[in-house]
Ligand binder design. Sequence first.
Ligand SMILES: Nc1nc2c(ncn2[C@@H]2O[C@H](COP(=O)(O)OP(=O)(O)O)[C@@H](O)[C@H]2O)c(=O)[nH]1
Ligand SMILES: Nc1ncnc2c1ncn2[C@@H]1O[C@H](COP(=O)(O)OP(=O)(O)O)[C@@H](O)[C@H]1O
Length: 231
Amino acid sequence: MADKLFRAVILGPPGSGKGTISQRIAQCFGLQHLSSGDFLRENITANTEAGVLAKRYIEQGLLVPDHVITRLMLTRLEKITRQSWLLDGFPRTLVQAEALNSTCDVDVVISLNVPFETLKERLSTRWVHPTSGRMYNMEFNPPHIHGIDDVTGEPLVQHEDDKPDVVAARLREYKGIAKPVIDLYKKEGVLHSVSGTETNKIWPYIYSLLCTKITPVDPEESQHSPPLYSQ
Ligand SMILES: Nc1nc2c(ncn2[C@@H]2O[C@H](COP(=O)(O)OP(=O)(O)O)[C@@H](O)[C@H]2O)c(=O)[nH]1
Ligand SMILES: Nc1ncnc2c1ncn2[C@@H]1O[C@H](COP(=O)(O)OP(=O)(O)O)[C@@H](O)[C@H]1O
């Protein structure tokens, strides 16, 4: 079980906790965490051709065109031949899921269901440290010093697409687009749906599920590590 490369995908609307849960999975199970959103933001910062194009869509709360994100992600995945991975934010559309399927088999898909009101609240109070991807929630897991990353002391930023006007557009768009992706993975028998309003309550289920498929890097530590949130 430990030797086979393991490929996982986490699905869920913006704000459902994909990034937060992916960081825990990566830490506990040693998977490489690949976030399409982080990857796009890196491209925007580096001013690549794909980044310049993506920026126009992201600022309006729209999805980046399938061919742009698919090329970026699949090129990245081709280079990862020896490490198990977890995709966060990709695939988001049926076209993307089919493109991924044509290159590899996915072992597990985790789909997060979180109520709409909870999502809106979380996104409008989300701030990040751009270099590391560390996420904060101004009400729930705030930084020690307002607006400053706990580890580096650098300023936190709010993603353009987490600003209130854009959030509503993103959530509306997600609903219709995600269903065919979820249906595809259900049909393939790899889908595991988890519902809840709190990451800490969802996490034990995900941890147990993954333990049936892959060996934790450090089982002792992962079972006893303190929760990120106190809710
Ligand atoms: N209130 C609350 N906030 C959470 C919880 N889990 C994650 N968050 C915060 O909600 C925001 C969205 O989470 P994130 O992991 O970025 O979601 P993603 O958009 O699906 O990747 C971030 O600010 C997180 O710190 C939770 O259980 N409760
Ligand atoms: N797979 C994708 N397909 C199209 N656009 C994407 C994809 N992944 C990310 N994006 C774009 O980047 C933005 C930020 O993505 P991400 O950080 O994953 O958002 P969140 O974590 O809030 O769900 C999205 O709103 C979208 O415009």
